[in-house]
Design a protein around this ligand. Structure first.
Ligand SMILES: [Zn+2]
Length: 554
């Protein structure tokens, strides 16, 4: 076992270039990690045993002997005893600031039953001053013991006097009590707004409590933002600690605003920011950002302004994504588009002309088609070099969409863990459609550069779950969905590291263990290449390093 994890020097030299060093630095290594099983994700040198680190970057990568040779008397040496070392993971599309804030100010409704959720909300309501909202987060309608959705009546029983809103973990639907609807002046006679829907009881026409996509805006107007700057900084502290523990070193915050940028900076100044963040900015803030002279790329290796974020349709986990064929079992239901093509074009054009990268949320094939038409038109009318248009999620594709994505050089950020984690929802899409959902095999075969993404809170952010889901396409009950889209473990690791860096124009700065790049890495308890694919999720993360410092130690 030991020998297998530690190739002999001859085996090692037989398989890789032995040594490379970042030539411009005349640095002395501060730290050397040696005796490791290193997958570099660098084609110039795919395997290594040791790395030397100086000033937060890899100074040298190679065999134990060669790297230890550059040590000085001041260099600390750390023997990894054959443990596997990978570049740190990049969760290209998630919502750290908002989910961190949820941890601070909302009731966690990731609970096994409606009864448990009611109990937690009741407890919070008892401590909440009259007239203030009670908020829940991370509710998942298909995971409760009762086998049905939360209703307005459930919420009324738990929270009779305060307005209450429970957000689905997918972020596109929420569940309200009667007090919330009363406050917002919404009843069964209220029409559904464009791009939104209030669910109604088919027998009585009464509101069930569930509101989808744009319908939520009618209630959100009545929810004052009571979160403080301190709450937001605390939220970033908590979520970045949790993500560091999972092996994540970089994230794309896919729904940021100025308050989130500030929270990341506050956390960083307090020494609490444990990942690098590319903060996509919602288009509602774009005018202010442009007026201030800001655009994609401004910032540094820790906090950087990302793409302008737009929306085309609804959600996969909440079944509001806009599909060309109806959802299984509901013949006339196709999901929701939340913007017209013309609206999307106007918003995108403003961002494109101002030098912003664009990331458009597009799940269903109809939404992806519309978004690609907008991107193609922008490049036709106002071509820009290397715009790296992003398709956030880009869930359901077909051959012609894949060809257009490739031709544009666009970047999909598919849900990496959905097959594994949301298996019980896949029947809404059906086995046939699943062959073209989260289509990693199709993207890679076409030469496209997809990323790893959890969309947390929509699914868990643990990278090991993403690897297992993409390699096996198997859910927790053993059902296989779209086996044709399986990718190899090596491919999944590359997607989760280097591709994430490419999606933010940082592939020369991070994403692989290469001399000169940022020293971001993860140490695993077992080697994923030798693991049974069905147990990848159980591989422990032992350590995470961010810029040459341990951000997590087990
Ligand atoms: Zn998202």
């Amino acid at each position: 076992m030991f020998a297998r994890m530690n190739p002999t020097r001859r085996e090692f030299l037989g398989s890789v270039a032995a040594f490379s060093m970042f030539p411009l630095e005349i640095e002395k290594p501060e730290l050397i990690l040696h005796n490791a099983n290193i997958f570099t994700i660098d084609d110039a040198q795919r395997r290594a045993q040791a790395v030397a680190i100086a000033n937060g970057r890899f100074l040298a990568v190679g065999s134990n002997e060669d790297v230890l040779h550059v040590a000085t008397s001041a260099t600390k040496k750390f023997d990894l005893a054959g443990k596997t070392l990978l570049p740190g993971f990049n969760d290209a599309h998630c919502h750290p600031a908002s989910s961190g804030l949820d941890m601070v100010v909302t009731v966690d409704c990731d609970l096994p039953s409606i009864a448990a959720i009611q109990g937690a909300l009741r407890e919070r309501a008892a401590k909440t001053p009259a007239g203030q909202w009670v908020y829940g987060s991370k509710y998942d309608d298909t995971k409760g013991a009762e086998g049905r959705m939360l209703t307005r009546a459930d919420l009324d029983a738990a929270v009779p006097d305060h307005p209450a809103a429970v957000q689905h973990r997918g972020g596109h639907t929420a569940f309200y009590n009667s007090a919330a609807f009363r406050l917002a002046g919404i009843d069964e006679k209220t029409p559904d707004p464009t791009g939104g829907k209030f669910d109604r009881d088919p027998a009585t026409g009464k509101l069930t409590g569930r509101a989808a996509d744009a319908a939520n805006a009618l209630l959100e107007k009545h929810q004052p933002d009571t979160a403080t700057r301190e709450n937001r900084r605390e939220g970033v502290k908590r979520i970045s600690k949790a993500m560091a523990r999972a092996g994540i070193t970089s994230v794309g915050d896919a729904g940021g605003g100025p308050e989130d940028l500030l929270a990341y900076q506050d956390a960083r100044e307090a020494g609490e920011l444990l990942f690098r963040v590319y903060c996509l900015i919602r288009y509602q803030h774009l005018d202010r950002m442009i007026a201030a002279g800001l655009r994609t790329g401004l910032g540094d290796d820790f906090v950087r302004i990302g793409a302008c974020k737009l929306f085309a349709d609804g959600s996969i986990s909440e079944r509001t994504a806009r599909l060309s064929k109806p959802y299984e079992g509901t013949p006339n239901y196709f999901g929701l588009l939340v913007a017209t093509e013309e609206e999307q074009y106007e918003r995108s054009r403003k961002a494109h002309l101002a030098g912003w990268q664009i990331g458009t949320h597009a799940n269903g094939d109809v939404a992806i088609d519309q978004t690609l038409r907008v991107y193609q038109r922008l490049q036709r009318e106002s071509p820009r070099h290397d715009p790296r248009f992003r398709l956030e999620h880009c869930t359901q594709v077909n051959d012609s969409l894949v060809a257009r994505i490739r031709a544009l050089g666009a970047i999909p950020t598919p849900f990496s863990s959905y097959v594994y984690f949301h298996g019980e929802k896949m029947h809404f899409y059906g086995a046939e459609r699943l062959q073209n959902m989260f289509a990693m095999r199709s993207f890679l075969d076409a030469g496209i550069c997809p990323t790893q993404a959890s969309d947390y809170t929509a699914s868990p952010f643990e990278p090991m779950m993403a690897l297992q889901s993409q390699v096996t396409r198997t859910d927790t009950k053993g059902n296989v969905w779209g086996a044709n889209q399986r990718i190899s473990i090596e491919e999944a690791i590359r997607v989760g590291t280097l591709h994430g860096a490419y999606a933010t124009y940082e592939e020369n700065n991070k994403g692989s263990i290469s001399p000169g790049k940022l020293a971001d890495l993860v140490v695993l308890g077992r080697d994923p290449l030798r693991e049974n694919p069905s147990t990848l999720v159980t591989i422990p993360v032992e350590r995470t390093m961010l810029g040459g410092r341990w951000s997590f130690e087990s």
